[in-house]
Design a protein around this ligand. Sequence first.
Ligand code: PLP
Length: 396
Amino acid sequence: METAQRIKKLPPYLFAEIDRKMARARAEGVDVISLGIGDPDRPTPTHIIDKLAEEAYNPANHRYPSYEGLREFRAAVAGWYARRFGVELDPDTEVVSLIGSKEGIAHISLCFVDPGDVNLIPDPGYPVYGVGTLFAGGESYRMPLLEKNGYLPQLRDIPAEVAKKARLMFLNYPNNPTGAVADRRFFEEVVAFAREYEIIVCHDAAYSELTFDGYRAPSFLETPGAREVGIEFHSLSKPFNMTGWRIGWAAGNPFVIEALGRIKTNIDSGVFQAIQYAGIEALNGSQESVKEISEVYRRRRDLMVDGLNALGWRLEKPKGTFYLWCPVPAGMTATEFTAMLLEKAGVVVVPGNGYGTYGEGYFRISLCLEEDRIREALRRMEESGIRFNLPTRAAF
Ligand SMILES: *Cc1c(COP(=O)(O)O)cnc(C)c1O
């Protein structure tokens, strides 16, 4: 049998290789500490689970849901955007529910990209932007996210002939994997650029609620003119520890939302309604748990950053996400360093090149693990002599 080109062209799934190495180490009896995958370790808040349990008994929820999502769910999203960002959305035309935002991110290219078209994607970046582009027959133009630019793409560096062919631009702030944030001025630049070249902006705001030290992330949709050029993907996964539930949404430009909804009516049949009711509870209920969840990550962040800096790194504390983006010691590739970390300390992190060419030289730490395990990871690093400024051969 032969697979289609689109499967042959897929990069290997990043975590498959890591999982294999981790399984091998565990089989050898190593107590592996995984700071790899970004998947919240704590449970979903109880009031949300209670709502699911209640709604699961209602036979009305056992039938096919509506494709675009319950009107009440879309209204809850609109209400939350109004309260949180001051953005008024029409739940009938400007919101569509998704089976997790990954689903919408993967499908949006099918709506707007024909073979030969170009999408602008961040590098390093969440791999789904490029995969969705590939499945639609499009090509990815990778926008470098560099430390010296605060991990924001430099729009004026995008060649005009590329920008003219571009259909979608994917952005993601607070950013996975770098932890960087974007301010309103950057979003204004994006709107101007998108207008000039008629590009549809797809902002992925999965981490907007996981921020620290008083910083509150803006929505792209707050930017004047944003709704004329784009949409925002959002999700309950990260702020409410709901990655397994599969519920998110896209909001913004009605033409784009309608196209995404049309693709979806032909591919899936929406989100289990009991989960949508639980999602309404998450959005309309007390937001105390979001604050508590952020506080858990802030403490882990401080512990890890301080610990790594004591080992020679010079990391700043990111304002958002549960990731740390760290340079590897001089003279090593990301793959070499992460392999060494597993071998010597039994600690798993993700090599930055897994997120794109510009991720080489970095590794990503995910803070989805309790503090005692973070302390243990740091202790093992120290014990095995893993520091940022590893002694060079000449120093011996
Ligand atoms: C986790 C994540 C998502 C998607 O999560 P869903 O569970 O599919 O809603 C989207 N974008 C980024 C950058 C993420 O890290």
